[in-house]
Design a protein around this ligand. Structure first.
Ligand SMILES: [Zn+2]
Length: 311
């Protein structure tokens, strides 16, 4: 359908089409990025002999050693309930100089929820955020699965609610589905399968390279220039293990690091979008889809093998 539509557009309105940014121009030498971590304090399965405290301690240490204090982690407070390990892990995250934001109480998806129920989930997360973050600024919101609502009505209603409650939205521009590798990793550790773990590491980095490049190219296509980036990661055991390699990759690609507030102050992060989608996607994807633009080629993540490996 998309191709047909584009074909019709080209055939009927060659001038309109020619005026659109076409093939990607060169990527910049020094793109900007802020790292963000979702699903704290209990993202993904735990490998054997590991707990949440170990993971968030290691993750925060790695961020500190890269001078990335102030990094945001988005919390589902349901996972703190009655779990001393998870509570301790979140205290360590904050005591290490990291921040937290709202990711709804129980990771509810807006496309599967009413506006009212979704707003209640946002409010229900707040007492824990307030008690853990104390004076720090926790009024940042990350939509679970990046789903902002399948209708313009829902999308606008929740955005209005968030703005009315002092929230800024932590939108995402770069995403390689890092969390897809975690549960396979936990299984492969349980089986002590070192060859499989090696493949997981290699394919994770390949997908990171691929999707970070594609995400930047999409910006050239839809905005005509790159914008400061928010990279979506998850506070899983596997992403924690891979973070040093990921930092090396980002530095090699010329990335410079910045804070969420500064990155999200780029006007594109709050630009009005007169469209809504049932599927998940980055901020750039939303604008690409609203304009029916064609995506640059990308090698998909190895979903099938991730599902079956170490089963
Ligand atoms: Zn999430």
């Amino acid at each position: 359908m998309k191709y047909l539509y584009l074909f019709a557009l080209v055939a009927l309105h060659p001038l309109t089409w020619a005026a659109q940014p076409s093939a990607p121009r060169a990527l910049g030498a020094h793109p900007v990025v802020t790292l963000t971590f979702d699903d704290l304090p209990a993202a993904g399965s735990l490998p054997p002999n590991t707990d949440r405290t170990q993971i968030l301690t290691k993750l925060a240490d790695e961020l500190r050693s890269n001078r990335l204090e102030g990094t945001y982690g988005f919390v589902n407070a349901v996972d703190l309930t009655g779990d001393a390990d998870a509570q301790n892990a979140l205290h360590i995250w904050l005591n290490s100089g990291m921040n937290i934001g709202n990711h709804t109480w129980s990771h509810v998806l807006l496309t599967e929820s009413t506006v009212k129920a979704f707003e209640e989930e946002i409010a229900k997360d707040e007492p824990a955020l307030e008690s853990f973050a104390q004076v720090r600024d926790w009024r940042w919101f990350r939509y679970p699965a990046l789903l902002e609502g399948e209708s313009i009505y829902k999308r606008r209603a929740v955005l209005r609610y968030l703005a009315g409650h002092g929230y800024r939205v932590a939108r995402v521009t770069l995403d390689f589905q890092d969390d897809e590798w975690n549960d396979p990793y936990a299984r492969c550790v349980a089986q002590n399968d070192t060859a499989a773990i090696q493949w997981l590491k290699q394919s994770y980095m390949e997908s990171a390279v691929e999707y970070i490049r594609a995400g930047r190219e999409e910006q050239l296509i839809v905005f005509g220039h790159e914008i400061p980036n928010v990279l979506l990661l998850h506070a899983t055991a596997f992403t924690t293990l891979m973070l040093p390699d990921l930092m090396t990759l980002l530095r090699r690609e010329g990335f410079v690091f910045d804070g969420l507030a500064h990155v999200a102050s780029d006007p594109i992060y709050t630009r009005e979008l007169n469209a809504a989608f049932a599927d998940d996607g980055t901020l750039t994807n939303l604008f690409m889809d609203a304009k029916n633009l064609k995506y640059p080629p990308v090698k998909p993540i190895p979903e099938e093998r991730l599902k079956t490996i170490c089963q």
